[in-house]
Design a protein around this ligand. Structure first.
Ligand code: DSN
Length: 479
């Protein structure tokens, strides 16, 4: 462990160097730390990376082009990039028990695009090349190439719908995934809010997708990946899981057996910055038969890899392999459950009635609000969340009817279940004292709201007081 002094010195010195060139950037960086220290962050997809992870990103690796893979680059002089990329991949394989890890994706969307194209290359392009006795696409005749392009653009994907908690890259029409694939969605049972596996199987039998996607960004329950794999197998689909939100819970062995996607899926994608607590970025894990296609991610789908971020991924993944990470992951879930329980006890309505992961979705229509109104009222009160659709949302994807809350960040700060109950009280106070506003013509507004500023100020002060006991980056002193 480095000394606290070393961390303060490192960040202070970095700011001094930046300040000498563009003081406004140095000021904004310092202000961001101050803002993060003061805000009660309940955004389920955010966290606080360690000083070592942050520092691994600010260095000379940023200057290097490294298209290709370890030992097989399109540029000379990549020996040090090879070192960090190989380390990140090794840590990822060990941490998740994966056969292969590809650590170049810049984000979760990039990781999903790499995965989609790896499956398309394996299941559509490779057989077409074989039929045409061609080694690669440049060897195809114009007619064969035209036919292959049509075939690649006419494949089916089945994923969880956005309003049920799926991600926009799982086939939402405005996203590239919805445009690339002939797409269908599975939702959740209207009565319970839970995935109905029989229904998924029924849609899969009828639709026969090439890819079945599991995973979510706003579903508060465990998913049985063994059952989804059986469904995929029964229709000949490749099973892909996007574990971006809950990768930290898989790494920390909260989700094991049927609930760990890695042994069940052909291919798994993730971000590295959410519950996994690494740098902003993405990653793909896969079975050996897809490894070669996955490794073509750059330059097939991705621009040049970010070696400085791969260095930080290696650091964060090494941290996640330590025993204390499992304790952290358990505390994330205990906190989410305590927060959910605190809200339920005060009369809030939660999608599925609770949580068994890191997040919960408050259905704010029970407070007479839209998600947009609730999000803003909470923000006025020093509580940072994001609005989110609920299943069959009557207010659509912009205004929404839900508020998504998550505990990875506050758990990193050290808050525990007692503090979660206090936070539930603060959230309930704000939501129950906010009313929907009206437009100038007297009609109801989905955006305007009325909240007594004295209530917002009081809650803000209480939130700040709560956080003073849990300093963020206590080893970093910029003064
Ligand atoms: N934007 C992320 C989230 O908040 O869930 C997913 O892409």
């Amino acid at each position: 462990m480095s000394s606290p002094n070393a961390e303060s010195t490192a960040f202070r010195s970095a700011l001094e160097v930046i300040r000498a060139v563009e003081p406004r950037v140095a000021g904004a960086i310092a202000a961001e730390l101050a803002d993060q220290r003061e805000s009660l962050k309940l955004i389920a997809s955010e966290n606080y990376a360690s000083p070592a992870t942050l520092l691994a990103m600010g260095n000379w690796f940023s200057d290097k082009y490294a298209e290709g893979t370890v030992g097989r680059r399109f540029y000379a002089g990549c020996q040090n990039v090879d070192t960090v990329e190989a380390l990140a991949a090794e840590h990822a394989r060990e941490l998740f028990g994966a056969a292969h890890a590809y650590v170049q994706p810049h984000s979760g969307i990039d990781a999903n695009l790499v995965a989609f194209w790896a499956v398309l290359a394996d299941r559509v392009e490779a057989p077409a090349l074989k039929r045409a006795q061609a080694r690669q696409v440049n060897d195809l005749t114009e007619a064969d190439w035209f036919a292959l392009r049509r075939e690649l653009g006419n494949q089916r994907m089945l994923g969880m719908s956005l309003d049920a908690g799926g991600h926009l890259t799982h086939g939402f029409r405005p996203n590239i995934s919805g445009k690339m694939f002939d797409q269908r969605s599975y939702g959740t049972d209207p009565a319970t809010g839970l995935i109905d596996y029989d229904k998924v199987a029924e849609i899969a039998r009828e639709f026969k997708p090439l890819i079945l996607v599991g995973g979510y960004s706003a579903y508060p329950r465990k998913v049985n990946f063994r059952i989804l794999r059986e469904i995929a197998d029964s229709v000949g689909a490749t099973f892909m899981v996007d574990m971006a939100h809950f990768a930290g819970l898989v790494a920390g062995k909260v989700f094991t057996g049927d609930f760990d996607p890695v042994p069940h899926a052909h291919i798994v994608t993730t971000t590295t910055h959410k519950s996994l607590r690494g740098p902003r970025g993405g990653m793909v894990l896969c079975q050996p038969e897809l490894a070669e296609q996955v490794d073509r991610g750059c330059p097939m789908v991705l621009g040049g890899p970010l070696p400085h971020v791969m260095a930080a991924k290696a650091v964060a993944l090494a941290e996640a392999r330590r025993p204390d990470f499992a304790d952290y992951a358990q505390r994330i879930v205990a906190n989410a459950q305590a927060l959910a329980e605190g809200l339920l006890q005060r009369g809030a309505r939660l999608v599925t009635g609770g949580t068994d992961n890191h997040l919960a979705i408050i259905d704010v229509t029970s407070y007479g609000l839209t998600g947009r109104q609730a999000e803003q009222a909470l923000l006025d009160s020093g509580i940072v969340t994001n609005r989110n659709s609920v299943p069959q949302d009557p207010n659509g994807a912009w205004y929404t009817s839900g508020i998504r809350i998550g505990t990875p960040a506050l758990t990193t700060r050290g808050l525990g279940t007692a503090e979660m109950d206090t936070i539930a009280e603060l959230i309930h106070t704000v939501l129950s004292q906010t009313t929907a506003g009206a437009n100038a013509d007297g009609t109801g507004s989905k955006a305007k709201y009325v909240l007594d500023p004295a209530v917002a100020d009081k809650v803000s002060r209480q939130a700040s007081e709560l956080l003073t006991g849990f300093p963020l980056y206590p080893t970093v002193d910029l003064t």
